[in-house]
Design a protein around this ligand. Structure first.
Ligand SMILES: NC(=O)c1ccc[n+]([C@@H]2O[C@H](COP(=O)([O-])OP(=O)(O)OC[C@H]3O[C@@H](n4cnc5c(N)ncnc54)[C@H](OP(=O)(O)O)[C@@H]3O)[C@@H](O)[C@H]2O)c1
Length: 332
């Protein structure tokens, strides 16, 4: 986009990233149309009255065509996807949602002259040879990564000159439940720890780069202001701090004031987690994005993890309690 005040369609706007993107764009000069699938805010309930909401199953070609005709977007920010690696069990749904839908949106963008932003993931990489440059060859380890890489290929083929693929790693931010983000989900078992059980093992094997959705939203808003010709192709954005889920758990205990009582109740797990295979370290090199945005360093674009986590956990802090103990107090 090379001028302000365009019509922007945000898919997956009710999701973790979508809510942040809508919030970032609601006060911009752009006219924002937002989609949800199972829910959208009731008229009058949206915190952003300027945003128009559409409830649509975008895997349904008729619903998709009607939406695109109705909104006539200059920019499509395609966020909606199945993104839980352990939930990618239905190959037909996964192909329709994570591959055919981005393909159809890219075809529409190419035909209409719109810009398409397709959000992808670090899980397209195997995690054995980081960091990964924008032009590194994807070699995903699980069905989720395979579907997102296939979505990337479909977008590149259908709209080589007007589509941007933006890969991001594990996301967190303002959450509706602790389980909504794979990062804040670490806090769920911490809530129920007991003294008389064995320490809870938490993944210390995979390197993670938690990325705040508000930062991704700011990056997307900045990209919207740039000429499409500069944006075509692949970009990476990532939080700047490397950590593991175990280290995040330690940070959470600190934030919640439970470090002293809980520290012995968790332990680092040096082995790969169970479930769908995951990359050990899929660190994204973000050089092209930094150059585009004139940023010296990723830290300039990233919320410090401790600040982001503190804000994310704050609404849930009262759910955490000191662990029950069966030990009898020593009164001698
Ligand atoms: N979350 C992460 O850690 C992470 C990491 C890397 C990359 N990503 C990528 O970032 C993007 C956004 O992820 P997210 O975490 O915000 O996802 P999310 O919270 O799971 O949200 C998914 C969105 O998709 C919508 N949706 C579901 N089925 C749909 C359908 N058939 N038609 C239209 N919309 C449908 C949902 O609508 P309802 O809520 O109304 O049902 C929701 O708005 C995805 O492309 C994902 O692959 C995410």
């Amino acid at each position: 986009m090379d001028s302000p005040g365009k019509t922007v369609l945000v898919t997956g706007a009710t999701g973790l990233l979508g809510r942040a993107v809508v919030a970032a764009l609601a006060s911009s000069p752009h006219a924002v149309a937002a989609t949800g699938w199972s829910r959208v805010p009731a008229p009058g309930d949206s915190p952003f009255p300027s945003v128009t909401w559409h409830k649509a199953d975008l895997t349904d070609p008729d619903a998709r065509t009607a939406l695109l005709a109705d909104v006539a977007p200059h920019a499509i920010l395609h966020l909606a996807a199945e993104r839980r690696p352990d939930a990618c069990k239905d190959p037909d749904r996964l192909a329709a949602f994570n591959v055919e839908l981005p393909r159809a949106l890219a075809e529409h963008a190419a035909a209409s002259g719109a810009w398409l932003l397709y959000i992808s993931t670090d899980y397209v990489f195997p995690g054995s040879n980081p960091p990964y440059a924008e032009d590194a060859t994807p070699a995903p380890l699980n069905d989720y990564g395979v579907s997102k890489a296939a979505g990337e290929d479909a977008v590149r083929l259908a709209a080589p000159e007007c589509a941007t693929i933006l890969r991001v790693p594990i996301l967190y931010g303002s959450i509706e439940s602790l389980g909504e983000s794979a990062l804040t989900a670490i806090a769920e078992p911490l809530r129920d720890l007991e003294h008389d059980t064995r320490p809870l093992l938490i993944d210390n094997w995979a390197a993670r780069f938690p990325t705040h959705v508000d930062d991704v939203a700011r990056v997307i808003a900045a990209l919207l202001a740039l000429p499409v010709a500069d944006l075509a192709g692949t970009l990476h954005f990532s939080g700047s701090e490397q950590t593991t889920k175990y280290k995040v758990a330690l940070l959470m205990l600190d934030i919640l004031g439970l470090a002293e009582s809980h520290i012995a109740l968790i332990a680092p797990n040096p082995n790969p987690p169970p479930g769908a295979p995951r990359p050990q370290n899929a660190q994204l090199s973000c050089a092209r994005l930094l150059a585009l945005l004139n940023a010296a360093d990723l830290a300039d674009l990233s919320t410090p993890l401790i600040d982001g986590l503190t804000a994310a956990l704050q609404p849930f802090a009262s759910d955490f309690r000191r662990p029950a103990t069966t030990a009898t107090a020593d009164l001698s």
